[in-house]
Design a protein around this ligand. Structure first.
Ligand code: ADP
Ligand code: MG
Length: 340
């Protein structure tokens, strides 16, 4: 710690405080994330260790933030990263006009390359959202915040927590309480980020967990046994019933986008996780090969100067709204879902 001088605080999220600092000897600017080391009831090492382990396995990819070093500090750890100028939420918020089609393609290409790399290495991020996609001074997008990342196995023997992913980007199976899930949760989030890039506003901005599900259902239509057969196995399937609602054409969700953009978006926003288009395959979608072509990173907007960045809704969130106060369309709760 003595080798660095702290220049200021740049972020504070669910899992740690992030400082801007300077390496005294080299003069390099870095981001330092201080994370406390806690253990959950089951004795599983907490997010800090998860983040370190996941990051160490996937270094040297241009679309993943570089972890320069890790050292113990106080009761926890300090993670030292390359300093990034901004994040995608700032880019979306600060653009004077909507991003151009080729800029959106440029960001999506980098995001998908990063996600394809993670999934290839059996890592699911579980908290993809604009605030966790950092932007370098050269315009590169880098996936950050591996606090919720998990190694996954194709056998799927493990049970995971469903309280992952910031609500607006949370896949429907998580909203229905799934404890067994896969990298499809990241692909859903990729779809949400894509829509947000196109619209400059979030696709599904639910104010609580039930409303979140309603936002999704309003667009995709109420899931049925035909559209989502595995839904019946989800823990909260029986706890909540929505009135039947047809799907909207996705063009309505992202007006003014090209048919290819709508087609790519619809390949992520599907109920059955296994049917969501894998990142590596999405990179081959005609969307990326139809003019206007993806912008080069040097053509992407210059990120706004760093400042204290505001946070999107917290990652772990479970609001117990009395139903009469919720903004939900008529909803029948068969039992009061504890997690909804
Ligand atoms: P948390 O788990 O607390 O959300 P993050 O790793 O997402 O932690 O960091 C919180 C915020 O700090 C980010 O949204 C970003 O604004 C800022 N930040 C994180 N890492 C860096 C970095 N390497 N360079 C610049 N800013 C960063
Ligand atoms: Mg974060």
């Amino acid at each position: 710690m003595d080798q660095y001088s702290i220049l200021g605080r740049i972020g504070e999220g669910a899992h740690g405080i992030v400082f801007k600092a300077k390496h005294i000897e080299t003069g390099q600017t870095v981001a330092m994330k201080k994370v406390a080391l806690r253990r959950s009831e089951e004795g599983i090492p907490n997010q800090a260790l998860r983040e370190i382990k996941a990051l160490q396995e996937i270094q040297d990819n241009p679309y993943v933030v570089r972890l320069k070093e890790v050292f113990p500090h106080g009761t926890g750890f300090v993670l030292v990263f390359d300093f990034m100028l901004s994040d995608l939420s700032e880019v979306i918020r600060n653009t004077q006009r909507p991003l151009t089609q080729s800029q959106v393609k440029g960001y999506m290409m980098m995001l998908l390359k990063g996600v394809a790399f993670l999934h290839h290495n059996n890592i699911m991020h579980r908290d993809l959202k604009p605030a966790n996609l950092l932007i370098s001074s050269s315009g590169h997008l880098k996936i950050a915040d591996f606090g919720l990342a998990r190694l996954f196995s194709s056998q799927q023997q493990r049970l995971y927590s469903h309280q992952v992913a910031t609500r607006w980007y949370r896949a429907p199976e998580l909203l229905y309480g799934a404890r067994k899930y896969d990298e499809g949760v990241d692909l859903w989030a990729v779809g949400c980020v894509f829509g947000e890039l196109v619209n400059s506003s979030p696709l599904f901005p639910g104010e609580n967990d039930i409303e979140q599900l309603c936002c999704v259902l309003r667009v995709l239509g109420t899931p049925t046994l035909e559209t989502w057969p595995e839904m019946v196995e989800l823990p909260d399937y029986n706890k909540i019933t929505f009135k039947e609602n047809p799907a909207l054409p996705l063009d309505d969700l992202v007006p003014d986008s090209s048919p290819q953009a709508v087609s790519l978006l619809s390949s992520f926003l599907v109920y059955p996780p296994k049917q969501r288009c894998p990142a590596a395959k999405a990179l081959l979608h005609p969307y990326f090969f139809t003019p206007p072509l993806p912008a080069h990173h040097s053509e992407l907007p210059i990120p706004p100067p760093p400042r204290q960045r505001s946070q999107a809704p917290p990652t772990h969130f479970s609001v117990h709204l009395p139903l009469e106060n919720s903004l939900v369309d008529p909803v029948l709760l068969r039992h009061h879902a504890p997690c909804l």
